[in-house]
Design a protein around this ligand. Structure first.
Ligand code: F6P
Length: 487
């Protein structure tokens, strides 16, 4: 990061890090359920600058100044948040439409058919252009460092490059990149690749996603690919394609000192949810999204109770599912289906005073989630496909007592790092049910050994290392450009 000292940093993402909402008691500030925000926000607090994002909160407009800016975090502002206002039509086409009905299922390959509408594509292009205008308006020099976040902005890098040719553009793609055949069904596949290749550096979570991306470019564009240098040269400009596994901010000793002891958290959860006094607790914490494997997870809980009757009346699976993208039919149908499956399992195995599945389909703040993590015997992260997944890392960070077992999908990027978790194929219900049983019967020394090792990995590979590696690469390339400009 030292190479970037004095340089201006601008972040662009769709989701804003702080949402101001109107409530009966006045304006409240909310943190969204977003892996991207969890990771990028501490970095911005550390290096200040400007974050440009869509202002979607019901009281967002009331908190900004004449330039649509507000200092955040609200208690002690470290950086500026510049909000972009989208019309209903823009939001429908760009966010709900092309980003979340097109690119999201396309990249996750989660057996939900992507929808590609010409009108969504037009809005997507227009909104990317609006964000490019905002970046140019915010730039104080001809070579700012711009951090472009995610699949909402595939076209933005080339749009910025056109107007600020000397900018250093770091694009990070927070979701998986599929193989060339899967990606090839997108009607605007070439435009998307060309847009992304406006980046100086293009980051993915895993090597596998980098490889898929380079193979896709190789198949669809006239570009020079040098796998040994991890570069793609297109239209005379070179892009470095690198993997940067994203992570979380490791809790400071002061934060940990504020946490209630594990036994107290457990009792609080048992009391609040009226669980059996000797309950063994499993938790899942996700956005209410079809890629997260919530249905398969519930089927595994059902199979666990069927196959290992000793857990009936005792094991409770608490699922936090934060509502998300609920305007889309696919999400509504999925959420209804999960409600029905929950009721069915609870009818089948429930008893007076006992329901095996507790579905909490509301947003929970960080403290509430942390308490649940600390109360749990196991945490299940069974995504059908996930770029990285930060819930598993948050769970590990919460367990300073070195207890609790992590079940982790082999299809989450995190499985490549967190090898001491119980790794499962979420599509294999029997395997997941057996892993739940194994977690519930795992002896304390084994739990400690696994958890201690997981904690070391996450503590070392924290979010500052993610950002630090990317910014160090950016610094190196900026220096190279400056030297080349002199000769
Ligand atoms: O972290 C992956 C991600 O897709 C982010 O891009 C996004 O901010 C987050 O999940 C939540 O989704 P949304 O912003 O649509 O609520």
């Amino acid at each position: 990061q030292t190479q970037l000292r004095g340089d201006q940093v601008i972040v662009v993402s769709n989701r804003e890090p702080y949402i101001h909402d109107q409530s009966p008691t006045g304006v409240v500030v909310r943190r969204p359920a977003s892996g991207l925000v969890t990771a990028v926000e501490p970095v911005m607090r550390a290096c200040s600058g400007t974050w440009i994002a869509h202002g979607g909160g019901s009281a967002d407009r009331e908190t900004v100044d004449a330039h649509d800016r507000v200092g955040v975090p609200p208690e002690h502002p470290d950086y500026q948040l510049r909000r972009i206002w989208l019309s209903e039509e823009e939001e429908r086409g760009y966010y709900y439409g092309f980003a979340n009905e097109g690119l999201w299922p396309l990249c996750h390959v989660a057996h939900v058919r992507p929808v590609f509408r010409e009108s969504d594509w037009q809005q997507y292009k227009a909104v990317n252009q609006r964000f490019a205008d905002a970046v140019v308006a915010e730039a104080r020099s001809e070579d700012p460092v711009v951090l472009v976040q995610d699949y909402h902005f595939a076209l933005l890098p080339a749009m910025i490059r056109e107007r600020l040719p000397r900018a250093t553009i770091l694009t990070f793609w927070h979701i998986p990149w599929p193989n060339p055949e899967s990606f090839g069904i997108c009607p605007w596949r070439r435009e998307i690749l060309q847009g992304m290749l406006g980046s100086t550096i293009l980051g993915f979570h895993t090597r596998f996603h980098c490889k898929n991306f380079m193979e896709t470019v190789d198949r669809l564009l006239e570009a020079r690919i040098e796998p040994e240098h991890a570069t793609v040269t297109f239209g005379g400009a070179e892009t470095l394609i690198e993997n940067y596994p994203i992570s979380i901010e490791w809790p400071t000793p002061e934060t940990v000192a504020r946490w209630a002891p594990v036994a107290q958290c457990r009792q609080a959860v048992i009391d609040r949810l009226q669980l059996p006094p000797d309950a063994r607790i499993g938790v899942g914490v996700d956005r209410f999204d079809y890629t997260k494997g919530i249905l398969e997870r519930f089927h595994a809980v059902e199979r666990l109770l069927e196959k290992y009757p000793e857990w009936r009346g005792r094991f409770v699976f608490v699922q936090v599912a934060a509502p998300t993208r609920s305007d889309l039919e696919e999400y509504q149908a999925f959420q209804d289906r999960i409600q029905r499956v929950t009721q069915r399992i609870n009818r089948r195995f429930g008893q007076p005073g006992y329901e095996p599945v507790r579905l909490l389909a509301t947003h929970h703040d960080h403290d509430a989630v942390n308490e649940l993590f600390r109360a749990a015997d196991l945490c299940a992260v069974t995504s059908l496909h996930d770029g990285m997944n930060l819930v598993c890392k948050e769970f590990v960070a919460a367990r300073d007592d070195e207890r609790g077992v992590l079940l982790l999908s082999r299809f989450a990027g995190a499985a490549r790092e967190l090898r001491e978790a119980l790794i499962v194929n979420p599509y294999h219900v029997e395997e997941t049910a057996d892993a739940m049983h194994r977690a519930l019967t795992m002896a304390e020394p084994e739990q400690r050994e696994r958890m201690a090792s997981l904690r070391t990995t996450v503590q070392e590979n924290n979010v500052y290392r993610w950002a630090g590696r990317m910014l160090a690469d950016a610094g190196r390339l900026r220096l190279r450009d400056r030297i080349q400009a002199r000769v």
